[in-house]
Design a binder for this molecule. Sequence first.
Ligand SMILES: Nc1nc2c(ncn2[C@@H]2O[C@H](COP(=O)(O)OP(=O)(O)OP(=O)(O)O)[C@@H](O)[C@H]2O)c(=O)[nH]1
Length: 428
Amino acid sequence: MKALRALRGLSTLSTLTQKTHVCSIPLYRFYASEPQQQNPIDTAEDSDDVPAFDSNDYTLPTRGFDSDAKRPKQPTWDEAYRTRADQKIFGIEPQKQSSQVVVQDEEERRATLLAKALLHAALEKPDDVEEEDMVVKEEDQRSLSVGIIGAPNAGKSALTNFMVGTKVAAVSRKTNTTIQEVLGVMTKGVTQICFFDTPGLMLKSSGYPYKTDMNVRVESAWSSVDLYDVLIVIFDVHRHLSKPDKRVIKLIKHLGAQAHPKQKRVLCMNKVDLVEVKKDLLKVGEEFGDLPGYERYFMISGLKGSGVKDLTQYLMGQAFKRPWDEDPITLTEDVMKNISLEVVREKMLHHIHQEIPYTLDHRLMDWKELRDGSLRIEQHFITNKQSQRKIIVGKNGSKIGRIGMEANEELRSIFKRQVHLILQVRVT
Ligand SMILES: Nc1nc2c(ncn2[C@@H]2O[C@H](COP(=O)(O)OP(=O)(O)OP(=O)(O)O)[C@@H](O)[C@H]2O)c(=O)[nH]1
């Protein structure tokens, strides 16, 4: 092992793990299990030690996996009276008790079958595949590490999400939403592909990478670029057509004409769905088609999926005979923590339109798997300005409430279990 482990060492994922470790500061009044003295929404604007959002204060629709989900309502009337009324008013002869039981059993059986089918579908295990066939021996395993690099907003996260099939990286209309590398894993047959969604690597106008301030993470991404088996360089072809994108030219120049000897480089012209005159794509194809150092180029829409199948097939073909790095089904706790941060961050970016999200410290403070299988996740947004806190919390807690509800709902559907999400906005 493993190029990938070495790569991880370099990647910001490890920084994330350190950054998001469960903090041991006393979180006295944050615990939702304590009786709420006041409605948190009433106080959310003024006090920062009461949870700004606690999913326990909201009624979220229950789902199939909810252990507390109520069974279908039983009749509240007395069956004997109902039978007599049916007989007298509608002339319906009473049914034998035993057949009612049979009908109920049949319904339960069907519900069980449906639940099983849904579980099967969720695990993407085709019906005709036996359990033994799902286990791939280590000596048969093939794997590939893929880095995706491009200017901010080029569509790296959307492409990763589409290929991996679950929402692992925040997708947003704003730039630089990817604050750290998010590992996405796609396992098909004997092949496993690990995707690394790099932060929007930026270049100064001089064509050199930034070296200062928040760009420590960017530096880390630059230094790990050569370690991937395949490097996907992606750019927004729609944007490039309306106004040639100098950042793309600079990025390509910076990477050089020669790929690392152990690496294959491909170019992805993304967002083709936005290009109305398809002939225009030929122009870009001509401009970038023969770039030295690039093995292939693909015209894709990472969001809508066109061309992604070809890209996936190409990547599958590049995989090496090498043991997998990740369990194909179980999400590791670190990945889940990462997903929880990404989902909340994405919702925040969607609802807060000011620039503050980039100056905000966003931390995972507590992660607990409770006895009933549910997850308790507590995250804090930390700012040094009271005014920023007010914007994030919103009037009567409306903003943070929306963010929290949407994130909670999405996390429940990703993790397939109940999630108790607590969001806190603190001023330091
Ligand atoms: N129409 C269309 N929109 C896309 C496509 N790919 C991405 N987008 C949109 O472009 C915006 C940016 O996409 P992201 O995937 O977040 O871009 P990114 O490169 O990861 O951005 P950073 O994290 O800032 O580096 C989002 O609004 C996406 O929905 C595409 O193929 N077609």
